[in-house]
Write a protein that binds this ligand. Structure first.
Ligand code: CAA
Length: 284
C-alpha cells in the first residue's frame, strides 16, 4: 500500500472496474462513482465475475475475493468522493465529458487530494487546466484488461508537482504493475504505436487485401499477437479507437494518422465492437 489509502474511481465502465479490482486486491478502500445505481451494480457484478474467474483458476482463494469485494463501495452521489486521497477519472474518451466531470468533482474533493485521468490519448496539460489543481493532476493510464495487463503509463502535465508524481508511482508500484513514463504528446507511447497498427489493419480490410479472419489470423500466428488487430479493436471499442486516431491526426497534423473511412462508418452505424454486440465480429 502507498501513502494514499482511499481511491475514488469516476466511471464504472470496463477501465474503472478494472482499476477498482486491482486497487481493492492491493488493499485500498475503493469508492466507484457513476451516474446511475444500475451502472454501479453492473460494474460491481463485472468485478465479482472477474475475481471469481481468478478463484476458479486457482490464482486466489474465495476468502481473498470476498475481502477484496468488501473494500469496494459504489454510488451515484459525487459527495461520496469527499474523503478519497486519489480520484481516478475513467470516463469516456471525450474531452467535453471529462471537463464537465472535473467542474463537478473538484469542489467536492479534499484540497490535498490528487486527481488523475485514465485518458488514453488526450493532453494532460489541457485537461489539468480544467481543474482547480493542475499541480495535483496527472495521467495514470491503465491497459485493458486491467487485472491482466502489466503496464501502466504515467504522464505528467506541465504543472504536475513531483510529490504528485511520486505518490502516483508509489500507488501503481503497490499494484504490482510496471510503470513506463511517457511525455505529454498525443496518445503517449502505447496508443501512439498500437492504434496506427489497428487503423492499418482496418485499411487492409477496407482495401480488400484480406478478410477479417485472414487479417487477424495473419497477425496472431505471423506476429505472435495474443489477439488479431480487428478483434483487439472490437475489444477496445471502435469509438475509442476512432477518437484516439482523431487525437493523433489533429495533434500531430500528419496524414499517416487519418482514421480509416471504414472505422468512421462502423462508429456512425453504432457498431462499436464487443460492448454494442457488433463490430468486426458479431457478439449477439
Ligand atoms: N478481467 C480479469 N481477468 C481477465 C479478463 C478481464 N477482463 N480477461 C481475461 N482475464 C484473465 C482470465 O481470467 C485468465 O486468467 P487465468 O490465467 O487466471 O485463467 C487470463 O486472463 C487469460 O484469459 P483467457 O484464457 O480467457 O483468454 P486469453 O488467453 O485469450 O487472454 C487476453 C485474453 C488477456 C485479453 C489476451 O487476449 C490479450 O492479452 N489480448 C491483448 C490485450 C491488449 O492488447 N490490451 C491492450 C489494449 S490497448 C489499451 O488498453 C490501451 C488503450 O488505452 C486503448
Amino acid at each position: 500500500m502507498s501513502s494514499l489509502k482511499t481511491i475514488g474511481i469516476i466511471g464504472a465502465g470496463q477501465m474503472g472496474c478494472g482499476i477498482a479490482h486491482v486497487s481493492a486486491l492491493a488493499g485500498y478502500k475503493v469508492h466507484i462513482y457513476d451516474l446511475s445505481q444500475d451502472r454501479i451494480e453492473s460494474g460491481l457484478a463485472t468485478i465479482n465475475g472477474n475475481l471469481a474467474r481468478h478463484v476458479a483458476s486457482g490464482k486466489m482463494s474465495d476468502e481473498e475475493r470476498k475481502v477484496a469485494l468488501s473494500r469496494i463501495t459504489g454510488s451515484s452521489d459525487l459527495n461520496d468522493l469527499a474523503h478519497v486521497d486519489l480520484a481516478i477519472e475513467a470516463a469516456t474518451e471525450d474531452e467535453s465529458v471529462k471537463r464537465k466531470i472535473y467542474a463537478q468533482v473538484c469542489p467536492v474533493l479534499k484540497p490535498e487530494a490528487i486527481l488523475a485521468t485514465n485518458t488514453s490519448s488526450l493532453s494532460i496539460t489541457r485537461l489539468a487546466s480544467a481543474t482547480d489543481r493542475p499541480e495535483r493532476f496527472m495521467g495514470i493510464h491503465f491497459m485493458n484488461p486491467v487485472p491482466v495487463m502489466k503496464l501502466v503509463e504515467l504522464v505528467r502535465g506541465i504543472a504536475t508537482e513531483e510529490s504528485t508524481f511520486s505518490a502516483a508511482r508509489e500507488y501503481v508500484t503497490s499494484l504490482e504493475k510496471t510503470i513506463t513514463v511517457a511525455e505529454d504528446f498525443p496518445a503517449f507511447i502505447v496508443n501512439r504505436i498500437l492504434l496506427p497498427m489497428i487503423n492499418e489493419a482496418i485499411y487492409t480490410l477496407y482495401e480488400g487485401v484480406g478478410t477479417v479472419d485472414a487479417i487477424d489470423t495473419a497477425m496472431r500466428l505471423g506476429a505472435n499477437h495474443p489477439m488479431g488487430p480487428l478483434q483487439l479493436a472490437d475489444f477496445i471499442g471502435l469509438d475509442t479507437c476512432l477518437s484516439i486516431m482523431q487525437v493523433l491526426h489533429d495533434g500531430l497534423a500528419d496524414s499517416k494518422y487519418r482514421p480509416c473511412p471504414l472505422l468512421v462508418k462502423y462508429v456512425e452505424a453504432g457498431w462499436l465492437g464487443r460492448k454494442s454486440g457488433r463490430g468486426f465480429y458479431d457478439y449477439r
